[in-house]
Design a protein around this ligand. Sequence first.
Ligand SMILES: [Zn+2]
Length: 255
Amino acid sequence: MVISSEGIVLRQRKIANNRRMIVLFTKRYGKLSAGTSINEKSKSRSALALRPFTYADYNIFKGREIYNIDSAQVNKSFYSIGEDIDRFLTASICIEYLDKVLAEGEPMPLLFDLTLEFLQSVSQAGKNAETLLLAYLFKTLKMLGVAPELSCCVNCGKRLEEFDKDKFKSFSVTSGGIICDDCAKEEKTDTNALIYRPSFDIIAVYVYFDSKPLKTFEKIDLKPEVSKEVRAILAEYIERYLGADVLGQGIGPEV
Ligand SMILES: [Zn+2]
């Protein structure tokens, strides 16, 4: 049976007999691994569709246990990503992230569309695409079913209005959301607890990222000190709830 879907390449490696194994994120079937004999060095239409940061249509033969990419056509190549080191590193983190967090065979069409928007925006971004990356990652949390609790204390349910007057609230990675002072005190007795007290309003930042289209962040940068804190919290959060360590090696501005 031959199936077809839009997709992007997440990873590839050489296998025997001049063949390669390609890991695709397809819109219709989710992540899937497929072999192919298409020669990467050729200038054929199909070969171009196997390059990084390319959005293409793939025709895939589905056998009983294997997939094989028979042919492909480029829809759009985000080639300008490869022309700039910041864009390249930012887009590479996104691709590595998807490869780690997606389960094979689970369609995620909204996440697929968001990823296309992200690649489009990165290919047009100014020098620093860091804010774009953070916004993208925040938006994916809800789609992946691991959104943090930000409407009340994640531990005791205390409503935000009942918190102390300080608008800078504590965020517990361990518990997965905003945490009130009483619960923070209790949780801190566990030395392994990951509790942050950001120097900014983390709820406002989240709502800002969540409510605006990605395109907004092509030209907007968070303040470097805020960006660094957001990145640190997000890195811990993603590692804990999605098992992916993709923000560990900082590419962000050193401040
Ligand atoms: Zn509480």
